[in-house]
Design a protein around this ligand. Structure first.
Ligand code: TPP
Length: 569
């Protein structure tokens, strides 16, 4: 069998039904085999970054491994941003890159790039296939590594002569990777200690991160939190791990998190961290972070524990399984102890409610006839009943989406949290729509971010994907202008730019373009957008002076927030 055919057979054996990519000279044998390959759908993207983000969106929405296929040299380097993005957000992904012939590697051959070297620091693992016989083993290992333990991207570099060479197809039934064995079960002594710390506390807080979603542990989190009535705060990546409508939900925390959540994490006496990374966007100044608390941290990746903040009770294991273990221990606990705990934390709940009353999430309704971005997103949430899969880009709109689109389900909020990649939203939404054809998928984007991968809109048109893009159009890199307003005396250096006519642009791609300029037209605009059956771009012209509040200045303590009425420097 030819290497290219072996490759496609391997993908099928791994259960892949869709791959996103763009061809080049060194992948032509693979593309030739794809031409009459059944059971595998290839989506031609317009840029390799788009291909990888689509694979990410597909993976985040479905929980399956996303697959991308790009050519050597510029194809591979274009893919790097997406690969690094997947690495930071622990997205299971396998990216296949073409490579020049094995005997030319290192010659500075045409379109050669040192893909292994370039991607070493932003992949969980990477491979160069030197012999066609290794194809099945390497593909098998790549998928295994991508999806197990802490998920992440794996790159497989395929030289052209390897995809042309012949070999017998032998599928390895098992994966044998020495030294790679993710821990599933938590250490029972640590589990008991953690439960004891929680039940002995008076001001407990559950701090849930993206790890809980990638481990599909949302049900376990809900069950545990509600059994003990512990307040839950989530990170940007953890949105949906516990439903926003749930009784224990307090809200998102961090740089633009809710006031009550940031106060709660600063004042709690027991912080139960389930799969977060203790990112600086959450902790602020680590020396002043949650100083009064005993910290418990569950993570499948031991290197994440105590990386940024010291943890007293570390538990390495698969999140769902560890919480189940805690639940099993809880079942053996004297019910009186549980009742006493629930009674003891009542004043804590009152305190959190008081913080919320003191500084609720709010915005001023339109004062100058312009649409407020928060209002647009809140309306979208109301009209869609919070049931859409939302993909965002990066900037102010992303933070408002976090604050005002109240997510109720895991895998329904797709965003670039770790790398903060502008240009993620549209292709991720496309990937998600391929994964969930029956779902309403909405991309909330900014006018800066959307221009970074707008070329992928035509992919949605080509495949008749009904995705909706809601553009929060403030005529600028809003998040940059906000910082310039706060910290650089309103000197708007390189943050405002000329705009295309978005309605015409959408039209040129074959999508529907709509525009809203007044608050009173907002709801009708959203309803119209949802009524159209194909892809729509809704250009919402918003107040460019609007800021995201609360805000923790970078490097500041998380409980020292700038609030709407704070004087600006
Ligand atoms: C690829 C990339 N380049 C630059 C940045 C830095 N950056 C972060 S937010 C932002 C502005 C985003 O503007 P826009 O997409 O219009 O969203 P808004 O903040 O206006 O809602 C920039 C430039 C980034 N995150 N990613």
């Amino acid at each position: 069998m030819k290497g290219a055919d072996i490759f496609l057979e391997c993908l099928k054996r791994e259960g892949v039904d869709i791959l996103f990519g763009l061809p080049g000279g060194v992948t032509l044998d693979i593309y030739d085999s794809l031409y009459d390959c059944e059971g595998l759908r290839h989506i031609l993207t317009r840029h390799e970054q788009g291909a990888v983000h689509m694979a990410e969106g597909y993976a985040k929405a479905s929980g399956k491994v996303g697959v991308a296929l790009v050519t050597s040299g510029p194809g591979a380097t274009n893919a790097v941003t997406g690969i690094a993005d997947a690495y930071m957000d622990s997205v299971p992904l396998v990216c296949f890159t073409g490579q020049v012939n094995t005997y030319m590697i290192g010659n500075d051959a045409f379109q050669e790039a040192d893909t292994l070297g370039i991607t070493r620091s932003c992949t969980k693992h990477n491979y160069l296939i030197k012999n066609v016989k290794d194809f099945p083993r390497i593909v098998r290992e790549a998928f295994y590594i991508a999806r197990t333990g802490r998920p992440g991207p794996v790159v497989v570099d395929i030289p052209k002569d390897v995809s042309r060479a012949d070999a017998e197809f032998v599928w390895p039934e098992t994966v044998g990777l020495r030294g790679y064995k993710p821990t599933i079960e938590g250490h029972i002594g640590q589990v008991r200690q953690a439960l004891k710390a929680i039940l002995g506390s008076s001001r407990p807080l559950l701090y849930v991160g993206g790890g809980a979603i990638s481990a599909d542990a949302s049900d376990a989190v809900i069950r545990f939190a509600e059994k003990l009535n512990i307040p839950v705060t989530v990170t940007l990546m953890g949105l949906g791990a516990y439903p926003a409508s749930g009784p224990c939900y307090v809200g998102p925390l961090g740089m633009h998190g809710y006031y009550n959540c940031n106060m709660a994490i600063s004042d709690c006496d027991c912080l139960f961290a389930i799969g977060p990374r203790f990112d600086d966007r959450v902790t602020g100044k680590t020396d002043e972070f949650s100083l009064k608390s005993v910290k418990i941290h569950i993570d499948v990746d031991p290197t994440s524990i105590s990386k940024n903040v010291p943890t007293q009770i570390p538990i390495v294991g698969q999140i769902g399984r560890v919480i189940e273990q805690m639940y099993e221990e809880l079942a053996k606990t004297d019910p009186k102890v549980i009742e006493a705990f629930k009674k003891r934390i009542k004043p804590w709940w009152n305190q959190i409610a008081q913080w919320e009353k003191q500084n609720p999430l709010c915005f001023k309704a339109s004062t100058n006839g312009k649409v407020k971005p928060q209002f647009a997103i809140q309306k979208l949430w109301e009209v869609t009943k919070g049931d859409a899969v939302v993909a965002t880009d990066v900037g102010q709109h992303q933070m408002w989406a976090m604050q005002y689109y109240r997510v109720n389900h895991p895998r329904h909020f797709l965003t670039s949290g770790g790398l903060g990649t502008m240009g993620f939203g549209l292709p991720a939404a496309i990937g998600a729509q391929f994964a969930k054809p029956d779902k309403l998928v909405v991309c909330i984007s900014g006018d800066g971010s959307l221009q970074m991968n707008i070329q992928e809109l035509v992919v949605a048109v080509e495949h008749k994907l009904p995705i909706k893009v809601m553009l929060i159009n403030n005529g600028a890199h809003g998040m940059v202008t906000q910082w310039q307003r706060f910290f650089y005396k309103r000197r708007y250096s390189a943050s405002q730019f000329m705009q295309p006519d978005w309605v015409k642009l959408a039209d040129a791609y074959g999508a529907r373009g709509l525009r809203v300029e007044k608050p009173e037209d907002m709801e009708a605009g959203i309803r119209e957008m949802l009524k159209v059956s194909g892809p729509v771009l809704l250009d919402v012209k918003v107040d460019p002076e609007e800021d995201v509040f609360p805000m923790v200045p970078a490097g500041g303590a998380v409980n020292k927030m700038i609030l709407p009425e704070s004087p600006l420097s």
